[in-house]
Write a protein that binds this ligand. Sequence first.
Ligand code: F6R
Length: 240
Amino acid sequence: AEVVIVRDAAAGGALVADEIVRLVRADPEVVLGLATGSTPLPVYEALRPRLAGVDVSRVRGFALDEYVGLDPSHPESYRSVIAREVVEPLGLDPARIRVPDGTLAGIEHAGEDYEAAIRDSGGVALQILGIGTDGHIGFNEPGSSFASLTRVKTLTEQTREDNARFFDSIDDVPRHCITQGLGTILRAHHLVLLAFGEGKAEAVAGAVEGPLTASLPGSAIQLHPHATVIVDEAAASRLA
Ligand code: F6R
């Protein structure tokens, strides 16, 4: 992967936003791969002024993952987060932006349906990725197959602790999720993994330089011909 060290998260967000604007101008129906969590927020913030005056009415998007069993109307469901942080501020068409269905009613076919929808779209042009402190991308926790497709996974205790900040207590953090697989993610044309802060340094080093291993799912990016890793000095601190 190409590693780009930036001054701070805002600078990283601006870099990615510039590339996304270029893609939208070149193809108004471009398919974007969206991520949730804290890391991509500077990308979405930087996109807002940059997309003013750009026709985004036909932009399409697929989120990486969703909690299972959380009511879709819960403010921390990824459906809600994508609506609040991406679709509404950027003026996207909600009908063109998909999030996996994590409701128990829909879960049986949700993986297959999501894969079919991504395939039918022609594929994701640029996939935004964060990385978990345990090395996950999407919610592909350690042990995930590099060939995996969208499916239900169990969140590690580490991830539940990391995400407890979004909930009243750790007991409220769902135990399961539905996530694009590593195989799904690897089909995107361009992967852009962002990571900021010392807490991500080890995961970043493993993803970029470590052995290819299911124990560090982020290492799958080494299999991709066009992967860009955008980090601040702290997140880059364990790179050789
Ligand atoms: C979110 C996702 C996760 C996060 C990762 C890092 O859609 O797929 O892989 O990117 O858990 O989360 P933050 O950015 O909150 O540190």
